[in-house]
Ligand binder design. Structure first.
Ligand SMILES: [Zn+2]
Length: 361
């Protein structure tokens, strides 16, 4: 695939994935899109009972490795927990989100009719709030969603029930003219990883043959504790697992270098250790080597922060050597994130080289 064609596909896929809603447990929109795309580029694709999309591209070498690449389909968001008699909605967060971001936000709620309804996250007006409380960020239990309904019946008619999911409404934008170019939008964690895996599946399918067997895993419910990862591992039984993520870039004013975790426009980020995994060191060496052979800059993800599905993978199926490759992103788990074009392209090409060259660990 030519460089310009790949870029076009990356941007269009990211745009599409960032408009789909897939809060943990309600990944249907994302699942349908990925299932149909992956079907074009794998030998077999199926959906397991957890809702993970799994696929296989068979290798030609009978002694070849089974390598799993995984990205999670779900995103952080809100779950409607109670409908007030006067038509306001109460909610609870799903996944790690910062309560300071929510008051005054424009949100979209998924209805059971397959549409969305807009809402505003409201709180008491400052004029009638105790001055001592004005400087403190409100708890989720102090906030509510206003969809303009007058009572429970009107809410019901809109198709909103307890358990409906909502997301903040962040607009997608692609700007090729700044630096290496950027994309900004909603749910980049981990639609970016999904995009990387889908592009790699196309590149692999374009090859005449591949020695290793490539296993595709698009998982549910990562944001609420990596709950889809074990079923995916059991379904695919890989020899090696690589989690593809969209990780924290903290290269913003006021953050010292040692706390930036990753930085934009410095290439793919390789994990050494996080709260769930001490990553396989020989695999990590191979990641670095492949990036360097291609002339790409790469970076470590500063150890200790966050966790990924690899936290599950490495403990399963007699112990699976696991790695994690991330595209750095500013403002993850907020209404809108930003990634750089050079980082996602370098991640795709590095991963493709990792999968298609021998892995000796
Ligand atoms: Zn993630």
């Amino acid at each position: 695939m030519s460089e310009s064609k790949l870029l076009e596909k990356v941007v269009e896929t990211q745009r599409k994935l960032a408009t789909l809603i897939g809060v943990s447990g309600h990944e249907d929109e994302v699942r349908n899109f990925i299932f149909n795309k992956l079907k074009e580029n794998a030998d077999e694709v199926w959906i397991d009972r957890m809702g993970n999309v799994l696929g296989i591209k068979k290798g030609t070498d009978p002694k070849g490795l089974r390598i799993m690449i995984d990205a999670h389909m779900d995103e952080v968001g809100l779950l409607i927990s109670y409908i007030e008699s006067n038509g306001f909605l109460r909610f609870t967060p799903l996944g790690g989100i910062d309560k300071r971001l929510y008051p005054g936000s424009d949100i979209k709620i998924q209805t059971k009719f397959g549409k969305t309804v807009s809402g505003i996250i409201g709180m008491n007006p400052p004029h009638i709030t105790d001055p001592k409380l004005r400087d403190i960020s409100p708890e989720f239990s102090d906030l509510f969603i206003d969809i303009g309904a007058n009572n429970k019946d009107e809410v019901k008619k809109m198709g909103i029930i307890v358990g409906s999911r909502a997301v903040m409404d962040g607009r997608f934008e692609y700007n090729p003219d700044v630096g290496s170019g950027f994309m900004r939008g909603r749910a980049f964690d981990d639609r970016t990883g999904c995009n990387v895996a889908l592009q790699v599946s196309i590149l692999i399918n374009e090859m005449e043959s591949i020695p290793n067997t490539i296993l595709y895993s698009f998982t549910v419910c990562e944001e609420v504790g990596a709950r889809g990862a074990s079923a995916a591992t059991e379904g695919l039984k890989p020899d090696i697992a690589i989690a593809l993520e969209n990780t924290i870039a903290a290269d913003v004013p006021g953050v010292p270098l040692n706390k930036q975790i990753t930085r934009l426009e410095h290439g793919p980020a390789f994990s050494v250790a996080d709260r769930g995994t001490l990553y396989h060191e020989k695999l990590l060496e191979i990641f670095k080597l492949r990036a360097e052979e291609l002339g790409y800059e790469w970076q470590y993800k500063t150890p200790a922060f966050g966790g990924t599905n690899a936290g599950i993978f490495h403990k399963m199926h007699k112990g699976i050597p696991s790695g994690c490759i991330s595209v750095p992103s500013r403002y993850i788990h907020s209404p809108i994130s930003m990634i750089k074009i050079s980082d996602i392209l370098a991640t795709i090409k590095t991963l493709f080289a990792i999968l298609t060259k021998p892995i000796e660990i």
